[in-house]
Design a protein around this ligand. Structure first.
Ligand code: AHR
Length: 545
């Protein structure tokens, strides 16, 4: 627990508000005047929509109960997949889902999860030491992805699997030729080849994926890269194809992801990128490198997910913004070996990994989700957007019931978390063009933490609409922001604001709307548009001329 200074201005502000009978919910005593400047005619990089991707692993109720209930369940479902969860996920336009892990990917044997349900193999899942029935396998995952309107990111087993097993899996999923595996797929209900947008070569090779050094991992990755091929006619031209057609380029080609570093392990990045750069030019061995970075103070499962204080809140806000430093450390190395930015950095596991407080089995990693999680999600997504030239995908951990999830379920009940609402509010930023902005705001101070009060991104979407996302980190002070746009007069701004009475307010099954976005509209007066941001809030607005 962080030390809370006896003499602390934030505490005094809270005390003053308390005695005025309006803790945290009312406007602050000292509103700060801030400004944001942007020039929409100077666009930046495209914010790849895959930055808003998700991760679904076989952990606890992440799949079973959360997504898959089976066709005989009394919970409404389509082909065994929960209808309420699908409806909610469609609304946030999930661009891509990573599956089946995580650590689980390096223990997963795909053949055990295809064919008639009665012939599926029971296995131990070390996440919670429970039986994995393999009822949710490749065809169920692809059905799920199709139901939510998303794309597949399949993580291969490079740890305990074989190159042939991986090659066969891709042939099963993607070939249009009448091979034995394609006939098996057709017999399992899918004649047409599936589309696999991303393939991952193992997971956390430095840890649960096989405890390898970067050099050991690269030596193993090479065979997977060359032999595990996508045969879908619309996605060919990857791996060995390039041997025969060096100029081949297919924008739909499957992107191959190397399992990269953890946190600030720059030595791993250095070793991997060095190998990538030294590989023969006609055979690039991977198109992206993953980075895993979880937010926690004393290790996973130690920080409270509710009933925490302002000091804990400020710590997590600071840690969320620290994602910028972590990405910068790795991108600087990548720039050295790959100045043309051919290799994407994909942050395919991130989020606030907190103490599980609603699970019987702690290894099910089911935790509550508060306004704090929503605010840190917005700060992290802003960091990714600012690094969009290199960061082209991220997958928050995880989609349903695990770590910082979008959705919590309990039997037939389902609720949307505060983090879900951020993903919903940020939909306009998918594939939008970033517009660089300069922010002049006050500071938020707590203990020895000193952060800008306001964090924001701006972007223009494909329809030409201008969007602004603004996070007021300060849990006590509101902020009035003056907007200064070059070459455009903004008459109004309309959108949504997400806030709650306290930073640790959560949605519960008996109170599912404690943290939900509310409509907001600002109108210019005397050609001046002032955006009033409540304390501890995220506001997303469309700017209208
Ligand atoms: O997301 C939970 C676990 O965290 C994943 O299985 C693993 O990759 C990471 O350590």
């Amino acid at each position: 627990m962080k030390t809370i200074h006896a003499f602390n201005w934030s505490r005094i502000r809270v005390f003053l508000m308390l005695i005025s009978g309006a803790m945290l919910a009312t406007p602050s005593l000292a509103e700060q005047n801030s400004s944001i400047r942007l020039n929409p005619s100077q666009p930046g990089h495209t914010i790849n929509r895959d930055i808003f991707g998700q991760f679904a692993e076989h952990i606890g109720e992440g799949i079973y109960g959360g997504i898959w209930v089976g066709e005989d369940s009394k919970i409404p479902n389509v082909k065994g997949i929960r209808a309420d969860v699908v409806k909610a996920l469609r609304a946030i336009k999930v661009p891509v889902v990573r599956w089946p892990g995580g650590c689980y990917a390096d223990q997963y044997h795909w053949r055990e999860g295809v064919g008639p349900q009665s012939s599926r193999v029971d296995r131990i899942n070390p996440w919670g030491n429970v039986i994995e029935p393999n009822h949710f396998g490749t065809d169920e995952f692809m059905e799920f992805v199709q139901q939510i309107g998303s794309e597949a990111y399949i993580n291969l087993n490079l740890g305990s699997g074989t190159v042939q097993e991986a090659a066969d899996w891709l042939e099963y999923m993607t070939t249009d030729l009448p091979t034995t595996l394609a006939k098996q797929r057709a017999a399992n209900g899918h004649t047409a080849p599936y589309r696999v947008k991303y393939i991952g070569f193992g997971n956390e090779a430095w840890g649960c994926g096989g405890a390898m050094t970067a050099d050991e991992y690269f030596a193993r990755l090479k065979a997977y890269s060359v032999f595990a091929l996508n045969h879908n006619p619309q996605q060919r031209f990857a791996g060995i194809d390039l041997l025969f057609d060096r100029d081949a380029h297919n924008p739909h080609a499957m992107q191959r992801i190397a399992a990269g570093p953890n946190d600030t392990d720059t030595a791993f990045t250095e070793a991997l990128m060095k190998k990538w750069a030294a590989a023969p030019g006609y055979l690039p061995l991977f198109d992206a490198m993953s980075l895993h970075h979880y937010t926690m103070t004393r290790g996973p499962m130690s920080d409270a997910s509710q009933d925490f204080d302002e000091s804990d809140y400020a710590t997590f806000a600071q840690l969320a913004l620290n994602m910028d430093r972590v990405i910068t450390l790795h991108t600087e190395i990548m720039d050295t070996y790959d100045p043309q930015k051919k290799v994407a950095l994909v942050v395919d596991e991130w989020g606030n990994w907190l103490k599980p407080d609603i699970a019987e089995n702690p290894k099910f990693l089911k935790q509550q989700n508060s306004l704090r999680d929503a605010i840190t999600a917005s700060l992290t997504l802003n960091v990714f957007a600012r690094h969009a030239d290199r960061v082209r995908m991220s997958n928050i951990a995880q989609m349903v019931n695990v770590i910082q999830s979008m959705i919590l379920t309990d039997g037939e009940k389902m609720l949307l978390t505060p983090t879900y609402h951020i993903y919903h509010m940020y939909v306009p930023f998918q594939d939008a063009t970033l517009i660089p902005i300069s922010i002049d705001s006050g500071r938020y101070r707590m203990d020895d933490i000193n952060l800008p009060q306001i964090d924001a991104i701006a972007a223009r979407d494909a329809n030409g609409k201008l969007w602004l996302a603004l996070t007021n980190i300060d849990p006590v002070d509101s902020a009035d922001i003056t907007l200064q746009l070059e070459g455009m007069v903004v008459k109004s701004a309309k959108g949504e604001v997400l806030t709650a009475p306290r930073v640790d307010t959560v949605n519960r099954f008996d109170e599912p709307a404690a943290v939900v976005p509310k409509p907001v509209k600002f109108t210019a007066k005397n050609s001046r548009l002032l955006l009033s941001l409540p304390p501890k809030s995220v506001t997303v607005v469309e700017l209208k001329g």
